[in-house]
Design a protein around this ligand. Structure first.
Ligand SMILES: Cc1ncc(COP(=O)(O)O)c(C=O)c1O
Length: 179
């Protein structure tokens, strides 16, 4: 996500972020030189998409729109209709903005159908995903285990996979998946 923002955002560009949204977005936007702006997902309507507010927040400086569905922290999945209306609003704004679709939770669903992706409705979409949620490997970020002094060696990484992940997942009652 950070690398995508670093690539797309120039100083002064706006990154339109859901509110409530994942806590790291404003920080990595700032690290990439951008300015965070926010669109509402109102609690009063069960964190659904507020199209009018979204349109108000789009500006000529909007370079990236972040779409997170399913969402952390709300747990809400946007319907295909909501995704389509978001895509249409960006298209009609004439900003030529990119959409970054954070789909890290898209494989966790308890209905008959996998949640939709805004990439189906908006071609200038960068899809971000990962393995940490779908495979229940929290903290699976190779090369960033700062607690080991020899963290760059293959042996340290193998030990981290073997010991730390097993401990983590055992704590969550999922040790069997790593055996
Ligand atoms: C919405 C969202 N995106 C991205 C991430 C980053 O996930 P990770 O660093 O585990 O790959 C998280 C982690 O909680 C998240 O909630």
């Amino acid at each position: 996500m950070y690398l995508a923002l670093l690539t797309l955002v120039q100083a002064g560009d706006e990154v339109l972020i859901p509110n409530p949204g994942f806590v790291a977005y404003p920080t990595i936007t700032r690290m990439a030189g951008g300015q965070s702006t926010f669109y509402r997902l109102p609690a009063a309507s069960e964190f659904s998409f507020d199209l009018d507010d979204f349109k108000r927040q789009l500006s000529s400086k909007t370079k990236v729109v972040v779409c997170t569905s399913p969402s952390n922290p709300t747990g809400r999945t946007l319907t295909n209709e909501e995704l389509r209306s978001m895509a249409r609003a960006v298209e009609e704004s004439g900003t030529d903005a990119f959409i970054i679709s954070d789909e890290i939770y898209r494989d966790l669903y308890y209905t008959g159908e996998r949640p939709g992706s805004i990439s189906e409705f908006y071609p200038r979409t960068v899809v971000i995903s990962g393995l940490s949620k779908s495979t229940v490997h929290d903290r699976l970020a190779p090369g960033v285990d700062s607690r080991r002094r020899d963290r760059n060696s293959r042996r340290a990484f193998a030990a981290w996979l073997r010991d730390d992940l097993r401990v983590n997942n055992f704590a969550e009652g999922r040790a069997g998946r790593l055996e």
